[in-house]
Ligand binder design. Structure first.
Ligand code: SF4
Length: 122
């Protein structure tokens, strides 16, 4: 059964991707691929675990339906960083940055500028 599931995993992911923003229900997917409910459930769980797909409940013709959607690469790569907090780190403006290293004469453990900055944010 394991090899069967592995063989179908890519096919199912492709079918979900083909549907794009329309999405596809598990029932439609079962008919399209021709596998059992149990096998499909295992594959869907795996794909959700890999963050390749998501499940969403949507309303269609007044009914709530659970559909599967592919997660695109652009959605996976959205990372929000508050640059304001990074700009305040004294190391970014330090003339000794290239010489600073753990175990070196100039190091973060004994740096008063870094210590003062850390204490200012706690
Ligand atoms: S730890 Fe101190 S000495 Fe080292 S780069 Fe940062 S500010 Fe400069």
């Amino acid at each position: 059964m394991e090899s069967n599931i592995s063989n179908y995993e890519n096919l199912i992911q492709e079918k979900i991707m083909e549907k794009g923003s329309e999405g596809i229900s598990q029932q439609e997917l079962m008919k399209a691929v021709g596998i059992s409910t149990r096998e499909l459930s295992i594959i869907v769980k795996r794909l959700i675990g890999k963050k390749a797909i998501i499940k969403k409940t949507v309303k269609e013709n007044g009914k709530s339906i659970v559909k599967l959607y592919a997660i695109t690469n652009s959605e996976k790569q959205k990372i929000y960083v508050n640059m304001g907090s990074i700009e305040e780190i004294p190391c970014f403006y330090c003339k000794l940055l290239s010489k600073c290293n753990n175990g070196a004469h100039v190091n973060p453990s004994s740096c008063s500028k870094l210590s003062e900055w850390v204490l200012s944010i706690v």
